[in-house]
Design a protein around this ligand. Structure first.
Ligand code: HEC
Length: 129
């Protein structure tokens, strides 16, 4: 009888350990999300989009440093949380951007960089001041 109790206690412990383990994995994920990307969305929009760096990269006029910066910005963008809209939509848009830039695929980049398509879903509506 004693042995039986010991065995079931051990099984219960194992179950608890397994539950804890998956719980810990979830925690790690949220930590990764919290890590601050190098460039904020705001920076990427101002420096990468509005200033026309994306146009330079698409037209092929960007030098190596500019291309590297643009890819770095898109990496940050993909790692950021959108202020509005669906996380899956954000992920597919930003990863398409990053992939096109990394692959030097100007046609795909031109399509993926569509300002309005992304703003419509992810840019917060004008705040009232
Ligand atoms: C993959 C999505 C995405 C694409 C593509 C995109 N934007 Fe944005 N943009 C955003 C989001 C999200 C915001 C809102 C940022 C915030 O309020 O935190 C934003 C905000 C901005 C802002 C306001 C910046 C600020 O924070 O004050 C400008 C300017 C801007 N975008 C320009 C552009 C231009 C120009 C293009 C196209 C060449 C473009 N964006 C393409 C997602 C995108």
């Amino acid at each position: 009888m004693r042995k039986l109790i010991a065995v079931s206690a051990a099984l219960a412990m194992a179950a608890v350990v397994m539950v804890n383990f998956s719980g810990a994995a979830d925690h790690d994920d949220s930590k990764k999300d919290a890590a601050k990307p190098k460039h904020s969305i705001h920076d990427v929009m101002k420096q990468g989009m509005k200033k026309g760096l994306h146009k330079k990269v698409i037209s092929g006029a960007a030098n190596a440093a500019e291309k590297k910066l643009f890819i770095e910005m898109l990496t940050s963008l993909a790692a950021s949380k959108p202020p509005r809209g669906d996380a899956d939509s954000w992920k597919s848009k930003t990863s398409a951007l990053l992939k096109a830039a990394q692959g030097g695929n100007a046609a795909a980049l031109k399509k993926a960089v569509s300002c309005a398509a992304c703003h419509k879903v992810h840019k917060p509506k004008k705040k009232k001041k």
